[in-house]
Design a protein around this ligand. Structure first.
Ligand SMILES: [Fe+2]
Ligand SMILES: [Fe+2]
Length: 152
């Protein structure tokens, strides 16, 4: 999988989790789904920020959109942290989860609709493959460290 395919596959996975949240109108599964969303997004933002974005930032044409992306990640992480800390009966959980999903959907639209299109024009096929392989590897590493730190 090249870099773009890998990141889009992650986006699709998260979008499917969002659809599950929306379909579950009673909200019984929301806490569990949130855990999965958080795990996916923690890993996804990690590989973008450590591998993908630093490479893109070297291209003057991509610098602004990357800097904006980093700020959007920052907001998302703040929400993920806050959501994880809320007590089970908090009235803030549902609205915060809703805003998180709206923000992520917007961020994904900017990446896929603008950033990735430019990236495909600027970076060559070989480099996209190489970045994809690096990110796939880092995803596995990240998963291992997360599992270890959770004491599982
Ligand atoms: Fe992103
Ligand atoms: Fe992304």
């Amino acid at each position: 999988m090249n870099a773009i395919e890998l990141l889009k596959a992650d986006h699709d996975k998260v979008e499917r989790l969002f659809q599950k949240v929306k379909a579950d109108t009673e909200g019984k599964e929301h806490k569990k789904l949130f855990e999965q969303i958080k795990e996916e997004l923690d890993n996804h933002t990690h590989i973008e920020e450590t591998i993908f974005y630093p490479r893109l930032k070297k291209e003057s044409e991509l610098e602004d959109i990357v800097l904006e992306g980093i700020e959007e990640h920052h907001q998302a992480k703040m929400f993920l942290r806050e959501l994880a800390k809320l007590s089970d009966d908090s009235e803030k959980f549902e609205p915060k989860l809703k805003v998180l999903m709206e923000d992520i959907t917007h961020h994904v639209m900017e990446e896929e609709g603008e950033m990735f299109i430019k990236v495909e024009e600027i970076l060559g096929k070989d480099e996209l493959e190489k970045l994809g392989a690096e990110m796939a590897k880092e995803k596995q590493n990240f998963k291992k460290t997360q599992t270890a730190s959770a004491g599982k």
